[in-house]
Design a protein around this ligand. Structure first.
Ligand code: GTP
Ligand code: MG
Length: 272
């Protein structure tokens, strides 16, 4: 049995496995029949070559607002956004670079939607797939949807250190919380309001944010599902990920939740 078949709530997966890629390279999008407001949060740090296209590709049949968080960009990212004729874009700025997690948290504060979607601004995610990522929440099945390039189509080779990191996080979550989340570093996600209440308390302001959010979510028994997405390599610019920093923050995060688990189990033991 392969990864795709073993994972998660089957009805949603089956739909995708039968589907073919469209010209855009993304999965066929599902039809959304909902008046709920969707807030799409896009953190931007020096992405002048890709940000305009990412915004323009967001399906316009959705009832949405776009919260663009400029995380102290020093290039022309903001100028590229200004020329887009879209009244649903809200721009929030950090005066200096504060980190990926800080950018998402700032976006959450400005978001008024019933569902929040987060996606990268470097063109690695397909905006056309936003309806797919919010559908499991609309169907009231889950609180958090995580896009998975392992279930979907990944058009680049995932670095070994990313795979290793994801394996360690997945094993921790599986061992202590009995859930499997394979693509746990993916930033293309959707959250309902219940989830937002919990993840707003996340402390990591950098790239460890994605891990802490999931640990908080499983610790609070939120319902999480992974769905297939399409992932592309960065076309422009460079990754701003600092490997040493991310290893430190993820290790710290796992350590804290490990302590929490030990404390809970100790209480249980002492009560017996
Ligand atoms: N790394 C990083 N990204 C930020 C920051 N602030 C906002 N972002 C945005 O967060 C998104 C994710 O950052 P990336 O550097 O692409 O991280 P990644 O996708 O995990 O790494 P790559 O696969 O190498 O691109 C991008 O859209 C960035 O523009 C920041 O301080 N650091
Ligand atoms: Mg990226």
């Amino acid at each position: 049995m392969n990864l795709k078949n073993t994972l998660l709530n089957q009805p949603i997966q089956e739909k995708y496995q039968e589907s073919q890629l469209e010209d855009s390279g993304s999965y066929p999008t599902q039809q959304i029949n909902s008046d709920l407001l969707i807030s799409v949060i896009i953190p931007v740090y020096n992405e002048e070559n890709s940000i305009k296209e990412v915004i323009e590709r967001i399906p316009n049949h959705l009832n949405y607002e776009i919260i663009l968080v400029d995380d102290g960009s020093t290039d022309n990212s903001l100028e590229k956004v200004k020329v887009i004729n879209n009244k649903y874009i809200k721009v929030v700025k950090h005066k200096s670079n504060k980190g990926y997690g800080a950018a998402i948290l700032t976006g959450i504060k400005s978001a008024t939607g019933d569902i929040i979607v987060t996606m990268d601004s470097d063109g690695q995610h397909c905006p056309e797939e936003i309806p797919n990522i919010i559908n499991p929440i609309l169907n009231k099945k889950v609180d958090i949807v995580v896009g998975s390039r392992y279930l979907g189509n990944c058009h680049f080779k995932i670095p070994i250190y990313t795979r290793l990191g994801e394996f360690i996080i997945r094993s921790f979550i599986w061992f202590f919380y009995n859930q499997k989340i394979y693509n746990n570093q993916n930033g293309f996600r959707a959250y309902n309001r219940r989830a937002i209440k919990i993840i707003s308390k996340t402390r990591d302001k950098g790239m460890g944010f994605s891990t802490e959010v999931l640990l908080r979510a499983v610790h609070n028994k939120l319902r999480i599902i992974e769905i297939p997405i399409t992932a592309f390599p960065r076309k422009y610019g460079v990754s701003y990920v600092n490997l040493i920093k991310i290893i430190k923050s993820i290790s710290f995060c796992i350590f804290i939740f490990l302590l929490l688990k030990i404390r809970i189990n100790l209480y249980k033991l002492l009560k017996l």
